[in-house]
Ligand binder design. Structure first.
Ligand code: XLS
Ligand code: NI
Ligand code: NI
Length: 438
């Protein structure tokens, strides 16, 4: 028995007619689809920061949650209480994974030495918890954006001593992730950007960021970590501009530093929409570049311009996301982490469960829809027929680099007619999607 979440029973699958708000209606973890269980497909993770660290404060008001595990000061005892609460929650929800920032789990630290000691002290405890729990680590990350030392960036800071502190955090967090059996390591560069170009040497900062990321990859190989490294794109917030603004930008950056085979992306829907992209665009770009890694599932609010980090609830969007994820081969080391938080007025412990149950059910339902779409893949059929002429003749030759501009131009002259337009069939394709939403 733990002192946290005792009033909640373990969450069970009861089927879509269940009226129990604390049961799964769609997420049946052992149900097999396309040769894998739902649990293996979706690889659900609960994040530490929104659920067990945040106390409900916003920029206009203080915390509303009064979590029983929050101590007055963030010392080792408080870190252990938080760990207890987190694993009690995981044991009730049955999520196979969790994710954390170093500073989420540890006692507060000011100096480099304190950081190393306090982090090591809690990593020992996390290891003990993981050993006796179903829930394992999906990925770890270092928080290099909250402390004032990082106000002008971590690796992109004008002061290399700040980059050195960042190196210390990443080194220890990557090593802990490795030791705890995590399958990924995330870098979200929250302050790796600028508030104004007036004080920023953009070329210099991007070079610092590129070299830092290369050092992280070198260290991964040095310690023998077999998991993946993922960069998490976001266009802005808290900075005016974040260098890793979207998947396409990250890919260009990785190419510049020769890291495109070493580093992938952790995509977040709310970040995608802030960048003016939609969620499925980001997934398909990552698939196209071969850098798809993991997802921080959430949703934004179309009327708000910021990262509201709400639990996802749009079946159409999520079905298409799962469709493109499955088409890309599904999650390997990555998974479905909920980078989502309950609203500030949702102050009860069970609200944390409602958020996750809703998100897990939505993804399970979307997975079933997506698997059915793939079984009878009308969308793929249409795409294949639309591009079929590129697999033979001058189309294929051009793609193989066997045609010059002169030769392609000559083919056009030979044909002596303007190519006939064909329907893009958008409405028909949209209707197919609607039909699959169950
Ligand atoms: C912030 C990011 C952050 C990362 C991890 O917007 O989503 O939470 O996922 O540092
Ligand atoms: Ni995120
Ligand atoms: Ni975010």
């Amino acid at each position: 028995m733990s002192k946290y979440f005792d009033e909640i029973d373990p969450v069970k699958f009861e089927g879509r007619d269940s009226e129990n708000p604390l049961a799964f209606k769609y997420y049946d973890s052992s149900k097999i689809l396309m040769g894998k269980s739902m649990e293996e497909h979706l690889r659900f993770a609960v994040c530490y920061w929104h659920n067990f660290c945040w106390d409900g404060f916003d920029i206009f008001g203080s915390g509303t949650f009064n979590r029983p595990w929050h101590g007055v000061t963030n010392d080792q005892a408080a870190a252990e209480a938080k760990l207890e609460a987190a694993f009690s929650f995981f044991n009730k929800l049955g999520n196979p994974y969790f994710c954390f920032h170093d500073t989420d789990v540890m006692a507060a630290a000011e100096t480099p030495k304190e950081h190393v000691e306090n982090f090591a002290a809690i990593v020992d405890k996390i290891e003990e918890k993981i050993a006796v729990s179903k829930t394992k680590l999906l990925w770890g990350t270092a928080n290099m954006f909250s402390h004032p030392r990082y106000m002008a960036g971590a690796s992109t800071n004008p002061n290399p001593d700040v980059a050195a502190f960042a190196a210390l955090q990443v080194k220890h967090c990557l090593e802990a992730t490795h030791r705890l059996g995590g399958s990924g390591y995330v870098l979200w560069g929250g302050r790796e950007g600028y508030d104004t170009i007036l004080n920023t040497n953009v070329a210099q900062e991007m070079k610092q960021l590129g070299r830092f990321l290369t050092m992280v990859v070198e260290h991964k190989h040095k310690i023998g970590f077999k998991g993946d490294i993922w960069v998490e794109p976001k266009p802005h917030e808290p900075t005016k501009h974040q260098y890793d603004r979207d998947v396409g930008t990250v890919y260009g950056f990785l190419k510049e530093y020769g890291l495109e085979k070493e580093v992938g992306v952790n995509i977040e829907p709310n970040h995608a929409t802030m960048a003016g992209n939609n969620f499925e665009h980001e997934i398909e770009m990552a698939n196209a570049f071969g850098i798809f890694g993991s997802i921080d599932f959430n949703r934004g609010d179309p009327q708000n311009g910021w990262d509201t980090d709400q639990f996802p609830n749009d079946l159409r969007e999520t079905t298409m996301a799962l469709y493109y994820i499955l088409k890309g081969g599904g999650f390997k080391n990555g998974g479905a982490n909920f980078d989502a938080k309950v609203r500030r007025q949702s102050i009860d412990a069970k609200d944390l469960f409602y958020g996750h149950i809703g998100g897990m059910d939505l993804l399970a339902r979307a997975l079933e829809n997506a698997a059915k779409m793939i079984e009878n893949d009308k969308l793929q059929e249409f795409k294949d027929s639309r591009y079929k002429n590129w697999s033979s003749g001058h189309g294929a030759k051009m793609l193989d680099g066997k045609m010059s501009l002169d030769e392609m131009a000559a083919i056009s002259l030979q044909k002596n007619n303007s190519p006939k337009p064909m329907s893009g069939r958008q409405e028909g394709l949209e209707n197919i999607v609607t039909q699959f939403l169950k």
